[in-house]
Design a protein around this ligand. Structure first.
Ligand code: GRF
Length: 207
């Protein structure tokens, strides 16, 4: 059984996609042991509550240092025996000790085709606004292993989505979630659970 801990910060549509895929049987031998939010009162926590999943808020603001914040998260996930940590719409940055403790055991979903439209400041609707303004014709989403710097780890899966002439940042965000994010995040977890991911330098091979 693969125990996953999920980090969230908002609506939780990616968390919902994982829960739905576990219930549908697509994700076998995978269970969500805890959901941790960086903010209180977000809908993602309510989704977890409705599914009877342990859930809590551990906010960076409640700690003097990044070290103390990392330590609290490590103790929480470790206490719940999380084997893999999934960042699903998580907007906080994690520090060195967390990345070291969970090295190659943290994955993130980002709403663009990395290395385009990513990094510090590119979250939520912002990547989609830049995509529209730049005039590119294709965007999408990326699942990658997490490293210290935002959106930089080895890429596991990507899925492209065409930009339509009449798109707004909001309509594009919705389609990228529906057609890419909610597909490739559960798929990446499945590949991880089946031990089919091999990291070779900056590349991830699917065996
Ligand atoms: C998603 O586009 C995700 O990629 C980004 O934040 C958005 C909200 O995700 N990081 P969710 O509905 O909270 O899962």
């Amino acid at each position: 059984m693969l125990n996953i801990g999920v980090l969230v910060s908002g609506g939780g549509s990616n968390l919902q996609a994982i829960m739905d895929r576990i219930e549908s049987g697509y994700l076998k031998n995978v269970q969500i042991v805890t959901v941790v939010s960086s903010k209180t009162g977000v809908y993602a926590l309510q989704r977890a509550q409705e599914h009877g999943i342990n859930n809590t808020c551990i906010s960076r603001k409640s700690f003097e240092s990044m070290e103390a914040y990392d330590d609290a998260l490590i103790r929480h996930f470790d206490a719940h025996k999380a084997d893999l940590v999934v960042m699903a719409g998580f907007l906080s940055i994690l520090g060195e000790s967390f990345n070291k403790f969970y090295d190659k055991r943290v994955i993130n979903i980002h709403p663009s085709l990395i290395p385009a439209f990513c990094g510090k400041g590119f979250y939520g609707i912002i990547p989609h606004r830049h995509v529209i303004e730049s005039g590119v014709k294709v965007t999408g989403a990326t699942v990658h292993f997490v490293e210290l710097e935002a959106d930089t780890g080895p890429i596991i899966l990507q899925k492209a989505v065409y930009v339509e002439d009449e798109d707004t940042p909001e309509s594009l965000q919705k389609r990228v979630m529906e057609q890419a994010e909610w597909e490739i995040l559960p798929e990446a977890i499945k590949l991880y659970a089946e031990n089919r991911l091999v990291i070779e330098g900056r590349r991830v091979k699917i065996v």
